[in-house]
Design a protein around this ligand. Structure first.
Ligand code: SR1
Ligand code: MG
Length: 403
């Protein structure tokens, strides 16, 4: 087929094959290719193109000007530029922990990248009770490297400000400002679609808690104004691919300069959803123990590696003041606790839910799992400054389960 790829249109699977042939030299010219749309994400279209005979494949991700799930979200296609460039930068800062990018096409708004089909999406794997021994180690390396090394304490300040400018991401930030930091705290046009058996509880304990809503308001404006580091911006367990000995972080289209704790809190909250599911469904003990260790390690390894990397990489003269490293880390851990709580609230009381909870089979178990998460979440938001170690984070969750 002769197709003009010099002006933008949304492709179907059939059109992606000549696209890949025209734009890359990844496959042999004569190769017989197949293509399927495999995406189930909220925003974009994702295709896998294969040459079965040669055993080669790649991914084409294309952005439309509205979200894949709903025309209600009008979004600039600039997000695919952000995703492509951030993946490349993260690949330099955290080698081996993101997919390779083969091409960014600013006309067709596509990113062509490494196929990770030998990996599984972490959320799916967690819901199957699978164990990944390297997960906390890999994710904490990813976060320390991508966060600390893009911050003002390490980067030359004008170069850092140029990155802030490059990664201004107003529409995707607005999604988080609405879905994470606003809508879960009120009955927002019924868009929150609460699990009916928890509706009264949420009305009383979330909408009805003035102190919680006040803290959420403070956190919203911190999210909008604290240009601390180039955050991934959506580091939940649907944004991580895993296999036994490999971890790959994908989908940084929500990236922008924001608080470091936004990424760490997302990781911890999503591990906590998996733990709550395991708890109410009486999952295998070994799996729950590994999850608990992964939650504590995610906090503690982050802190350890952060302080080591600080010593090696910090350049700002005042950041070298005695004790400033620990003080700075403490503020990041406080933000982490707050975001852990905010992410747990928004995935239950907001629009974008998580399968860990929605796919729990019985009503009673789902009610319990949601309340464990919401009870812990409130502690994290209301008392964020109290939690500095992995053990303390885990205790909040386990205490909420036994209360
Ligand atoms: C309209 S987008 C809904 C959610 O999906 C993304 O992955 C983000 O988490 C966003 O909040
Ligand atoms: Mg995503």
């Amino acid at each position: 087929i002769m197709i003009n790829f010099n002006s933008y249109f949304l492709m179907n699977a059939e059109e992606v094959i000549p696209y890949v042939k025209a734009k890359t030299d990844f496959f042999d010219n004569e190769a017989s290719l197949s293509c399927d749309e495999i995406g189930d994400g909220n925003l974009n279209y994702v295709f896998r193109v294969r040459d079965e005979q040669a055993g080669k494949s790649l991914i084409v991700k294309q952005a439309g000007d509205t979200a894949r799930i709903s025309d209600e979200f009008k979004l600039s296609t600039n997000r695919i530029r952000i995703e492509s460039n951030v993946l490349r930068l993260e690949g330099e800062l955290a080698p081996g922990l993101v997919p390779d990018v083969y091409l960014y096409d600013d006309v067709m708004n596509c990113c062509v990248m490494e196929d990770l089909s030998d990996h599984t999406i972490l959320r799916t794997a967690l819901n199957e009770g699978r164990i990944f021994p390297k997960l906390a180690d890999d994710l904490t390396t990813f976060m320390v490297n991508t966060l600390l090394l893009t911050s003002d304490v390490v980067m030359e300040h004008k170069a850092k400000k140029a990155l802030v400018q490059d990664y201004i991401n107003p529409e995707l930030c607005e999604i988080s400002e609405d879905l994470v930091y606003s809508e879960p705290f009120t009955d927002h046009n019924s868009r929150n679609d609460l699990f009916p058996s928890n509706k009264d509880w949420i009305e009383e304990n979330i909408y009805g808690d003035d102190q919680l809503r006040f803290e959420a308001a403070k956190l919203k404006f911190a999210f909008m104004t604290n240009a601390q580091a180039l955050v991934h911006g959506d580091l939940h367990s649907g944004s991580v691919f895993v296999k036994e000995d490999s971890t790959k972080v994908i989908d940084p289209e929500f990236a922008f300069y924001g608080p470091m704790g936004y990424d760490i809190g997302n990781v911890i909250a999503n591990l906590m959803f998996a733990w709550s599911r395991a708890y109410v469904t009486n999952a295998d003990e070994k799996y729950s123990e590994w999850l608990e260790q992964t939650i504590t390690d995610s906090v503690d390894l982050f802190s350890e590696k952060f302080l080591v990397s600080w010593k090696e990489n910090v350049t700002d003269i005042m950041a070298k003041e005695q004790g400033f490293d620990r003080w700075y880390l403490d503020t990041v851990l406080q933000d982490t606790a707050s975001v852990t709580g905010m992410e747990m609230i928004r995935r239950i009381a907001g629009l974008a839910k998580v399968k860990d909870l929605t796919s729990i089979a019985t009503e009673e178990q789902r009610v319990t799992a949601e309340r464990i998460c919401l009870t812990a979440a409130k502690q994290f938001v209301l008392n964020a400054a109290e939690y500095k170690t992995g053990k303390q984070f885990l205790e909040v969750l386990k205490n909420s389960a036994s209360s």
